[in-house]
Design a protein around this ligand. Sequence first.
Ligand SMILES: Nc1ncnc2c1ncn2[C@@H]1O[C@H](COP(=O)(O)OP(=O)(O)OP(=O)(O)O)[C@@H](O)[C@H]1O
Ligand SMILES: [Mg+2]
Length: 265
Amino acid sequence: MLDVRDLRLAFGGVQAVGGLSFRVDAGEIVSIIGPNGAGKTSAFNCVTGFYKPTGGRIVLDGTDITGRRPSAIAARGLSRTFQNLRVFGELSVLDNVRAGTHLWLRQRMFDVLLHTPRYRRSEQEATDEAHKWLDFAGLRGDRTGLVRHLPYGEQRRVEIARALARRPALLLLDEPAAGLNHGEKAELLDLIRRIRELGIAVALIEHDMGLVMEISDRVVVLDHGKEIADGTPAEVRADPAVIEAYLGRDAAPEETEEVRGARSD
Ligand SMILES: Nc1ncnc2c1ncn2[C@@H]1O[C@H](COP(=O)(O)OP(=O)(O)OP(=O)(O)O)[C@@H](O)[C@H]1O
Ligand SMILES: [Mg+2]
């Protein structure tokens, strides 16, 4: 599905990504972990076209997408959420998700300007699709209010619903659990699993080791812009290089109390 080979990105003298290679196969959940500043978000930004890599190749479903524009990459089936939540605060919950449908909704200028029956049908289709993804993301409250009035955890789910409304084959999530409470993390875990059941591959950057170890088919560990380990959660957890570079410095690899507690609720 996604094949990243020897990816490089430099900001002036800072080598944010320094020869990173990893892949995500169809239907897989792959977590990308590593200490702060390891280059995780920078790598996502290259894959999604927000940054132009200074070296390497990114192949999505057999097509070289290296250096292409974000819109062109999104149109090829790659959708994302952001480390710093990006929703349209001044739009309604429903319209935030409807915005995702415009990637595939074909509307001709003629129909839009004249409000033809074809235009009204396509608008209805967008609305129905948005409601479907809001249901899927477990957002049951009022959908006509402004998204910024929702609690933070629900805004994050609106962002995921919007990414899903783009009908991706691969979804990239940048720290989706950050700022969520125990119950919300358990719901997120369930949501990511259900996304995979739809046949959508998921790559997630995440610091919550409980969530990562619980959900991932594979874990890629980054340090200083390069992968230092790639394997199942059990393999990565036992890898001395990982313990040295990351887990020793930061979170413990064991399942956190939070996820365990939330799951048994
Ligand atoms: N736009 C930018 N301009 C200059 N340097 C940047 C930029 N974005 C990231 N960097 C630098 O690149 C390196 C990698 O940053 P990146 O945000 O990719 O790390 P990360 O692994 O996502 O970290 P975190 O876990 O804190 O989100 C860091 O040294 C960072 O300071
Ligand atoms: Mg980051």
